[in-house]
Design a protein around this ligand. Structure first.
Ligand code: ADP
Ligand code: MG
Length: 561
């Protein structure tokens, strides 16, 4: 009876779900490891792809860590961190997304036995941070600069970086072909930071080899009206007018109210409409442009008018494409046709409308201000081309990074083995428990070469032993050795041009360490029943009203009595 009289201390709303301490940590670690197990097999040139089928019936085939993580729709709060770092790695450096997920999970997996043994996670966190700093220092030390080389040499080196990235992808078979295309595209846009200046257009059909690079802009022919076929389809050094207005006969009478007292006035109103449009068209022609593009519609009247005057026109050009034409040809998009001066017109060497597969393409090449390039991708299935586009995106990012930061490290797990060896060596000089933690961190780094072997079907233990022995050579000559995915042995990654920009590795290791520390620092997840039922209600609302929220409310009220 007395116990019933005791006042209750209510801290959290009743029904709040909490779990705390060690079990919580372990469960978070397990969740992260489980997520990493999904992407594990995609790592490296022999990695497998994932076919993801969502409830809307879309299928995506991908090898890209970030894409897969995004599509997985993970709901576990701790495991979501992995999705976030994969995304951030993707936007920061564009490659190494699988790597970052694998490293995080491995750091956590190594931490698990310590946590189970009752080590406080802050100790682990501290050591992990130290190890991370040491690792970054080591990468900086090993990295080789490609600065100061001639353009030809540089191109060669950049192409090698690109082909390392591409070698793990579906289009890996044609990596040299695409690598040089990517390098040309990136060099074409120069120092422009806007990634969308490199356009990728996908045209199903043909083979990969039919893909080509346009040094300028290309886009699919827009919807056209009668008269279009009479327009010329090729120009040399044309003036280009870019517009953001409609050139269509508008029924103004629908928008305005006009009162007529005399039926004969009706004609004057009809005439006025025609005069407005003819005036606009006339001004376009007077500007001396041979090509007229507009973001909005150019109707049949305009199309025919321009055709009669040997002018090419295209309406409803996508904004992105129009902006790229503007950047490439040096023109500016106009919102009025009054006073079109020469300065706002763009130009290019050749304009041409060409057939590409089943599509007609408008192609502007030899553009004066450079700054843009367009890759027209060909290939069989839609999913294939989409994955090819994602792969090219990775390669483009890598080349841009390498161009900016211009240091590279040996890939194929070589750099990871080398840091691992260095950390183990360093750990021996440390007294206390943190020696063990740093050793675990070092061991976790070996996941990259191990996974590369596993994915290629080699005996990982065997290869890793060979690598450890090579990297332990006192002369340091073994440092660039990594997994040879062709023979199942080990090989000098430098000599084989398996290179990665140092920044990819630095970013991956920093982000993975941070994420691991974040997960380790969480010892409690609190789930508020309110937010949960609000979510439930939203879901129920989508299917029609459900009575869940009401029941929940009453249930709580009764219990409180
Ligand atoms: P991520 O999404 O992390 O970039 P990838 O599937 O692209 O994952 O695999 C990248 C890893 O594969 C890197 O560690 C890289 O060094 C390695 N790698 C790429 N090409 C080769 C190769 N030809 N031989 C050995 N390792 C390679
Ligand atoms: Mg990659």
């Amino acid at each position: 009876m007395s116990s019933m009289m005791q006042p209750q201390i209510i801290l959290l709303k009743e029904g709040t779900d909490t779990s705390q301490g060690k079990p919580q940590l372990i469960s978070n670690i397990n969740a992260c490891v489980a997520v990493a197990d999904v992407v594990r097999t995609t790592l490296g040139p022999r990695g497998m792809d994932k076919l993801i089928h969502d409830d809307k019936g879309n299928t995506t085939i991908s090898n890209d860590g970030a894409t897969i993580m995004k599509l997985l729709e993970i709901v576990h709060p701790a495991a979501k961190i992995l999705v976030d770092i994969a995304k951030s790695q993707d936007s920061e450096v564009g490659d190494g997304t699988t790597t970052v997920v694998l490293l995080t999970a491995e750091f956590l997996r190594e931490a698990k036995p310590f946590i189970e043994d009752g080590i406080h996670s802050q100790n682990l966190i501290r050591s992990y941070r130290t190890a991370c700093n040491l690792a970054i220092g080591k990468i900086r030390e090993i990295a080789v600069s490609i600065e100061g080389k001639s353009l030809e040499d540089k191109k060669d080196l950049l192409a090698k970086c690109a082909s390392t990235t591409l070698s793990s992808k579906l289009i890996g078979g044609e990596k040299e072909f695409f690598a040089s295309m990517v390098v040309d595209a990136v060099l074409a846009i120069g120092n422009d930071d806007r990634l969308n200046m490199i356009g990728i257009k996908k045209v199903p059909g043909g083979t990969m080899r039919d893909s080509f690079l346009v040094n300028g802009v290309a886009f699919k022919k827009t919807f056209s009206y009668a008269g279009f076929e009479q327009q010329p389809k090729k120009f040399l050094h044309p003036k280009i007018l870019l517009l953001n207005i409609e050139l269509e006969l508008k029924s103004e009478k629908e928008n305005a109210e006009i009162r007529l007292s005399d039926p004969s006035q009706y004609q004057s109103i009809v005439d006025a409409e025609w005069n407005i449009i003819y005036d606009k068209l006339d001004k376009c022609v007077k500007s001396g442009s041979k090509i007229i593009l507009s973001r909005l519609a150019i109707g049949d009247l305009g199309t025919q008018y321009f055709a009669d005057r040997d002018i090419f026109c295209a309406g409803r050009v996508a904004e992105e494409d129009l902006n790229r034409v503007a950047a490439a040809t040096g023109g500016t998009v106009q919102t009025s046709v009054n006073n079109v001066i020469d300065e706002v017109l763009g130009t290019c060497e050749i304009f041409e409308e060409k057939q590409v597969g089943n599509e007609r393409f408008n192609i502007f090449s030899g553009c004066p201000s450079g700054q843009t390039a367009t890759i027209v991708l060909r290939g069989g299935a839609d999913q294939f081309i989409e994955e090819a586009e994602r792969s090219l995106h990775d390669a483009i990012m890598i080349v841009r990074r390498a161009l900016k930061n211009s240091t590279v490290v040996p890939g194929g797990g070589a750099i990871d083995m080398e840091i691992s060896r260095y950390l183990r060596q360093h750990a021996r000089t440390i007294a206390g428990k943190s020696q063990l933690f740093i050793n675990s961190y070092a061991k976790a780094l070996e996941v990259i070469p191990r996974q590369l072997c596993d994915n290629a079907g080699f005996d990982a233990t065997d290869v890793l032993n060979k690598l450890r022995q090579k990297h332990a050579l006192p002369s340091g000559e073994g440092a660039p050795f990594g997994v040879d995915v062709n023979t199942g042995g080990i090989a000098d990654s430098y000599a084989n041009f398996v290179w990665e920009p140092a920044v990819v590795k630095i970013n991956a290791i920093t982000a993975a360490t941070e994420a691991a520390c974040l997960v380790l620092s969480v010892d409690e997840t609190i789930k508020n029943p309110k937010s949960e039922s609000a979510q439930g209600e939203a879901a129920a609302g989508a299917m029609g009203r459900g009575g869940r929220g009401g029941f929940g409310g009453r249930g709580r009220g009764m219990r409180r009595r």
